[in-house]
Design a protein around this ligand. Sequence first.
Ligand code: AMP
Ligand code: GLY
Length: 424
Amino acid sequence: MNILVIGSGGREHAIVWKLAHNKNIKKIYCAPGNAGISELAEIIPIDVSDINGLKYFASSHNITLTVVGPEVPLSCGISDIFLESGLKIFGPCKDGALLESSKIFAKEFMSRHNIPTADFFIFDEEQKAIDYLRTASYPLVIKADGLAAGKGVIIADNYNEACIAVKNIMIEKIFGNAGDKILIEHFLTGEEASVLAFIDGDTILPMAGAQDHKRILDNDKGANTGGMGAYSPAPVVSKEIEKKINEKIFYPLLNGLKKDRIDYKGVIYAGVMIEKGEPSVLEFNVRFGDPETQVILPRLKSDLLEVMLAVVDNKLKEIQLEWYPSHALCVVIASGGYPEQYEKGKVITGLEKLSSEKDITVFHSGTSLKGDKIITSGGRVLGVTGIGETLKEAYNKAYEGVEKINFENMYFRRDIGHKALKNC
Ligand code: AMP
Ligand code: GLY
């Protein structure tokens, strides 16, 4: 069997790594991949948005299943196009991908199907938004409707900040067309968690919970990033909360998709805020999370390919997910300056010291090969995942791994998992 994985981040490295455990797979290709992925898969230099190029590759290389990592090709309709050509693909079609590519669509979907989320208002004219801001209470949250590479959310503490955000999004177009319309949302407090599930249109199968660390600085300070570290399981997602997430979010989501005639096959990721034992949805993503995948997949005992094939063949009801009881914690190493400007091309050393470590796995994100050297080529560069019987052990392993790696100006948070460790 040949498999094609689309993407080039730590998420895709973790997917390729987990798929590679399946002995029936003859070959894994990854487009465009990275230096770490190239140890497990053949790297194909096709961009994630070159859908025709990817389709041509899949049909000419006898690909049994294509797995889509990032949201951009999904929102461009890669699954619709592959399915029309009779190619199996893991990831929702364009209609389902709207849950991530339009925050307004997602909010209206949640209202229609009674899924708890913050109250919101939609604006397509700057003046009407500003009029609303005069009477609003603060803080509040302003979101560009479309995809903005995870940057389209601004939390405004007062009227002035909110006006600047609205102008930047709607007039200055800092997020391009993604800001043609905006959402203004009530600010929720509580603790965040990432809950992901496999879904095939008839069945939804939740995965183990995780917690991300979105801010760049320790103690959740500074700018939002794609995610600077994660751990799983997340104590905040207790058995009771898990039950509520299923009853109030995942089952209504599955029924809502059916009612709206959206045949959704892939992964759904709900970013939730939990306050006083009640979960509300902050956002949906239509793909695996990054870095969450780097802690969830190492804990998955079930065979990933079997689960993915069950999803695309509508047989998810026959699957029961099994998990290792271990804990996993991932520390992301970024280029100094990320999420703003950063330099690329720095030589990474120390990776070889970790290659035989059983409880430490390094997933690559922004890396590439230059001769026999591995160099940095992105903002988030590596994710170091430690595995242990306890969260503390996983934490120690991950940071033991981080300490062995070096490149000029490397940056990482030193407090991944601290909140949960304090409560252990
Ligand atoms: P999103 O991309 O929608 O997940 O938003 C990015 C981050 O902004 C979330 O992880 C939260 O930390 C924060 N956020 C988004 N919506 C809200 C909200 N309604 N209340 C409080 N924080 C929010
Ligand atoms: N870690 C957040 C995301 O994948 O969107």
